[in-house]
Design a protein. Structure first.
Length: 351
């Protein structure tokens, strides 16, 4: 039995802006694109939500719903920085973290010994810490699996906590509307409603075969979700897209010849690391990175399923010409072909 916490910041981008600008705190506020440029709302605060404003809504439409809405452009770098701070707090508790976006993550605390293994108290502690350190509130859901933890974090939003204990799963899920299930969009919800299904209790009455007939493979998933079953693991490492080695030289490399002379050792190390990747991996491209002594940098790529030293020499010459000044760092890499890995991952065969 797993113990999963889903942490989700409350109206994240808007919350950061309200934290830093007191004048935004008591007015309907949204971070998003301009209405005259067909912009959309990225996030809005709760004052704006009261007017029906939602994320992904066209800004022009949002302004119709809420004429007093203040729409400001986002400062992504700032949000990234706050996000890093928050993820760092999560990391104090566990390394088993799966970030879903800048402001959302799953934590698997099954093996944690903090608070005698009480996931509820760990979640409370995380909520306090994040608010103390960053001034941003988060909502947390605690449950035996990812699906329920995510539903739970939304339950008492904002600044809330919701715990679904294993013995509460059955009752909780039976009362859950099917549109709350991951993957059930408005179309599927409509289709289900026609079949007389609005809650998971209704859904549970349908057989596996019946669901498969109507929804194909997703029918199987619906069968499980309606019983509160979700065996997906918290995936800490996303599929690796590339692998590279790089070296910063204590003395700048003054000529192209000097740079080329380092290819053999870097290439050897790259192949060594590549051979240590799990599974049989194929490459779909190679690249060279150069950083010059003025800290400008350039990357030269070449699509290829094969690799050898001469290909790297060619790329390095091209890269060197772009800067034509002393080099402080050289890197060689492979772009990985992930089609097979991604397919395996979808079938949950990948760790
Ligand atoms: Mg959020």
């Amino acid at each position: 039995m797993r113990k999963i916490i889903h942490c989700d910041c409350d109206c994240f981008f808007a919350a950061v802006e309200m934290r830093d600008n007191p004048e935004y705190r008591d007015i309907p506020l949204a971070v998003g694109g301009r209405s005259d440029r067909r912009g959309v709302i990225a996030t809005c605060n709760y004052k704006a939500r009261a007017f029906g404003v939602r994320s992904a809504m066209a800004t022009a439409y949002a302004l119709k719903l809420c004429p007093t809405l203040t729409v400001i452009p986002g400062q992504m770098e700032k949000y990234r920085q706050v996000s890093r701070q928050i993820m760092q707090i999560y990391r104090e508790v566990t390394d088993n973290i799966e970030p879903l976006s800048l402001d959302e993550a799953y934590l698997d605390v099954s093996d944690s010994e903090l608070f005698q293994g009480s996931a509820t108290r760990i979640a409370e502690m995380l909520r306090c810490r994040v608010s103390e350190v960053t001034g941003i509130t988060i909502s947390a859901g605690v449950a035996p699996n990812k699906f329920l933890a995510k539903v739970a974090s939304d339950w008492n939003k904002p600044d809330g906590l919701c715990v679904i204990r294993p013995d509460q799963v059955e009752e909780f899920v039976e009362n859950l509307a099917v549109k709350k299930l991951h993957g059930v969009g408005s179309k599927t919800a409509e289709k289900l409603e026609v079949m007389g299904v609005t809650t998971c209790a209704d859904l549970k009455k349908l057989s596996r075969v019946h669901l498969a007939e109507h929804f194909g493979r997703f029918g199987e998933r619906l069968f499980e979700l309606s019983r509160g079953v979700d065996n997906r693991a918290v995936v800490t490492q996303r599929v690796r897209k590339s692998i590279s080695v790089e070296h910063t030289f204590s003395k700048d490399l003054k000529t192209i010849e000097e740079s080329l002379s380092h290819i053999p050792e870097l290439y050897l190390e790259l192949q060594r690391r590549f051979s240590q990747l799990p599974g049989d991996r194929a490459i779909q491209g190679i690249f060279v990175k150069l950083k010059f002594n003025d800290f400008t940098q350039t990357t030269i790529e070449h699509r290829s399923t094969v690799h050898d030293e001469s290909l790297y020499s060619g790329l390095m010459k091209q890269g060197y010409q772009r800067g034509n000044k002393p080099v402080r760092l050289l890197g060689l890499g492979f772009r990985l072909d992930n089609r097979e890995t991604e397919a395996l991952q979808q079938l949950s065969l990948w760790p």
